[in-house]
Design a protein around this ligand. Structure first.
Ligand SMILES: Cc1cc2nc3c(=O)[nH]c(=O)nc-3n(C[C@H](O)[C@H](O)[C@H](O)COP(=O)(O)OP(=O)(O)OC[C@H]3O[C@@H](n4cnc5c(N)ncnc54)[C@H](O)[C@@H]3O)c2cc1C
Length: 284
């Protein structure tokens, strides 16, 4: 991923700048609106075909596309990257619909059972492989996977790639070989800056993801997706999958239904009965 040239990215068109490559990590997750269940091993059941692109990754794709569109330079590239089983290809297809130029899917049975570290190993190996073709300037991720919700991946990726990781950006700018992000925290706003290449995760406040039109949806259907195995990446399978997991699910069970629920049927006096209920419990 490392590179010597600067500046790889600058805002606005004009001048002849070196092409920029941004890798966006997109995760395929079970549809959170649908039924979700855990297997006997405590892991999320991912079969069933109701998966979707992790909604928070649409912000990552949008951020990457906005950066290259602002430059309007020939040769810039946004590469969508996913790691996951067969269905995960839907995540990169969605990114293609939004405007990503290229899609890469790491597909290998040996990845099954990977925890956050194991997933980061695969993503980092894929970014390194892409970097062998042409330098990668920036890796952009979403703020969290809506199924795993660890928010660990961006920092792990930075560490494994040996570059700075700037998590939870609500605004990002890339100019003159550096990336600058704003982080809106509860009691403060931070501005962080790092030299490229770097890893940035963006929050859902960073932008409003575009909605692809019919033409883009149809074009993305036919677009090629590069499928890579761990062997292609030169990654030792022992570093990922169940074999390389550093965490283990000891117990996972559905929360028992609440016993103390009171259902108030509104027959015209619902408001009064609700108020009486709250008063009786000392809640108002
Ligand atoms: C003990 C354990 C067992 C697990 N077993 C399995 C399993 O059997 N099968 C399975 O599929 N998952 C499994 N997982 C979950 C899987 O390893 C997760 O992908 C990983 O833990 C990180 O997910 P997250 O959503 O918490 O990442 P976060 O750090 O919350 O994600 C942040 C961002 O990183 C990027 N990202 C995350 N994951 C991917 C990905 N796979 N591809 C591309 N970009 C990504 C996205 O941009 C995302 O917005 C397991 C997790 C644990 C802890």
């Amino acid at each position: 991923m490392s590179r010597a040239r600067t500046p790889p990215v600058a805002g606005g068109a004009g001048g002849s700048l070196a092409p920029v490559r941004i890798v966006v990590c997109v995760k395929h997750v079970p549809d959170i609106q649908g039924e979700r269940s855990l297997g006997e091993d405590g892991r999320v059941v991912r079969d069933g075909g109701d998966g979707t692109l992790n909604e928070l990754d649409e912000n990552a794709v949008e951020a990457a596309l906005a950066l290259v569109e602002a430059r309007a330079q020939e040769g810039d590239e946004v590469v969508a990257l996913t790691v996951g089983p067969d269905d995960a290809v839907e995540a990169v297809r969605r990114a293609l619909q939004m405007g990503a130029h290229r899609a890469v899917h790491v597909l290998d049975d040996a990845v099954a059972g990977a925890d956050a570290v194991g997933t980061a190993q695969v993503l980092a190996a894929a970014v390194r492989r892409l970097g062998e073709e042409a330098p990668v300037d920036l890796v952009v991720t979403g703020m969290a996977g809506l199924d795993g919700l660890t928010s660990l991946l961006p920092t792990l990726l930075g560490e494994l790639l040996g570059v700075a990781a700037l998590p939870l950006a609500s605004h990002l700018e890339v100019e003159g070989g550096t990336v600058t992000v704003r982080r809106d925290l509860d009691h403060a706003t931070e501005t962080l800056r790092a030299a490229l290449p770097a890893v940035v995760s963006v929050t859902d406040a960073a932008n409003d993801p575009r909605y692809p039109g019919f033409k883009q949806i149809m074009a993305a259907r036919k677009a090629p997706v590069t499928v890579l195995s761990l062997d292609d990446l030169g990654l030792d399978p022992a570093l990922t999958g169940a074999a390389g997991a550093r965490t283990q699910v000891l117990l996972a069970r559905p929360r028992p239904p609440r016993q103390d629920r009171v259902l108030v049927q509104d027959t015209g006096d619902g408001g009064a009965r609700l108020a009486a209920f709250l008063v009786e419990r000392g809640l108002v």
